[in-house]
Design a protein around this ligand. Structure first.
Ligand code: FAD
Length: 93
């Protein structure tokens, strides 16, 4: 296994892979994970994304829904940022 790289990304979920895609523009990237590369929450995600994509939808509703599903564990500021920025970012590969 090659271990020389410009960037080391720890974690092969959606966050790590997104970072790897961006970093690949600037150099070689090595992605590592603690188990198999496919063993992550991203692999188990059921496909629903809290985002307001149409004019008859509202960011605030997705924010409330996410906080409700989080059952008090969510960072409210992080949830707000996530739900608000998703519409702009969802179509990026
Ligand atoms: C059953 C299930 C259903 C879900 N459904 C949805 C959904 O419908 N919609 C939605 O938006 N979200 C959903 N989620 C949440 C979503 O999957 C996560 O928010 C998202 O995948 C997190 O991505 P991540 O890259 O931060 O973490 P992960 O995908 O968990 O990736 C973490 C990575 O880090 C690696 N890692 C961890 N510890 C170490 C270590 N010590 N050393 C090296 N590597 C390590 C892991 O191996 C893994 O590769 C769901 C989650 C689960 C579990």
């Amino acid at each position: 296994m090659a271990t020389d790289c410009d960037f080391l990304v720890i974690g092969a979920g959606v966050a790590g892979l997104r970072a790897a895609i961006e970093l690949a523009k600037a150099g070689s990237v090595l992605v590592i994970a603690k188990d198999s590369l496919r063993e992550s929450s991203s692999e188990y995600a059921q496909g629903g994304i809290a985002v307001a994509l149409s004019d008859d939808d509202e960011v605030a509703l997705h924010e409330q829904d996410t906080l409700y599903a989080g059952d008090g564990l969510c960072n409210q500021t992080a949830v707000h940022t996530l739900v608000e920025e998703r519409a702009r970012r969802i179509f990026r590969i």
